[in-house]
Design a binder for this molecule. Structure first.
Ligand code: PMP
Length: 286
């Protein structure tokens, strides 16, 4: 049984409790982060902590007093649960005001709810999916307009995963005004020659922490990077495609809406970027 963290306490998972009035539960009024663990250490922790603060600020949510200790809580959970490879999920909600009301509660009397738990995933880095690549379909992007805030409002991405499953593929890329925004839980990329193309930052996509690191490593490795939107047709005609996220790192995409991308196998550039990302991130993991 896992040991989890809830509002200042480390508890067995079946003893951790949240109020039925919690605004995360009633209104999806909460934000989250997922940090991966390799070799028992946190990957890109500083980036996730910084984005968490931005998400809280964007929603006018008070920073919980425990903010400066989050790294220690992450490490304590890794240790207590013996995680070598896996993820730490963290969620902060606006708290439980004791009744249901659309108006935000007074931050003096209602303090944020803070929950963290581990997900043990041995073999996360050596994922067989990375050898084979994944297949995606395109779906309409029907999420709200502030996708740059990492809220727990994940119903549409969840429906998108189900649409992919029903189509017999692995994931979905979302399309708005004819252009790909991102994957259901990852950023989307195509490759043409030595150029990596991925959507520019804005409120239409989540600013992936893995995206930032991967683009930095790509530039350092003399690859060209173009931050602009692309269509499904352009992806189908690309040499390679891939996604990035904290839990998949760099994952090759080999098919888009039934059309093979490039040779229909993981591309050389995506494979190399995955290796670089894993190697460099492990070096600076905390
Ligand atoms: N876009 C969306 C919609 C996501 O949910 C995620 C992962 N949570 C990402 C992109 C990738 O972000 P990161 O690299 O920070 O995990």
């Amino acid at each position: 049984m896992r040991t989890v963290y809830v509002n200042g306490e480390y508890l067995p998972e079946n003893e951790a409790k949240i109020s039925i009035f919690d605004r995360g539960f009633l209104m999806a009024d909460g934000v989250y982060e997922v940090t991966s663990v390799l070799d028992g250490k946190l990957i890109d922790f500083a980036g996730h902590a910084a984005r968490l603060a931005r998400s809280l600020d964007a929603l006018d949510m008070p920073h919980p007093t425990v903010m400066p200790e989050l790294i220690d809580i992450h490490r304590a959970l890794v240790r207590m649960n013996g995680i070598e490879e896996g993820m730490i999920y963290l969620q902060i909600t606006r708290g439980a005001p004791g009744d249901r009301d659309f108006a935000f509660p007074d931050p003096e009397t209602t303090t944020p709810t803070v929950v963290l738990f581990t997900q043990n995933k041995p073999g996360l880095a050596a994922s067989p999916a990375a050898q084979k690549g994944i297949r995606v379909i395109s779906i309409a992007d029907q999420r709200w307009a502030r996708r740059d805030i990492k809220t727990v409002q994940l119903l549409y991405p969840s429906m998108g995963k189900m649409m992919a499953k029903a189509a017999g593929v692995d994931d979905a890329w979302m399309v708005e005004d004819g252009m790909v925004t991102e994957g259901t839980s990852n950023n989307a990329y195509i490759v043409k020659g030595n150029t990596i193309i991925t959507r520019h930052l804005g409120s239409e996509i989540l600013h992936g922490i893995t995206r930032a690191a991967v683009l930095r490593f790509a530039r350092e490795a003399q690859m060209q990077v173009e931050e602009r939107s692309f269509s499904i047709a352009e992806a189908q005609g690309a040499d390679e495609a891939f996604i990035t996220s904290a839990s998949t790192f760099v994952m090759p995409v080999v098919e888009v809406d039934g059309v093979a991308v490039g040779a229909g196998v993981p591309g050389a550039l995506a494979r190399r970027l995955r290796e670089i990302y894993l190697e460099e991130s492990r070096k600076v993991a905390v």
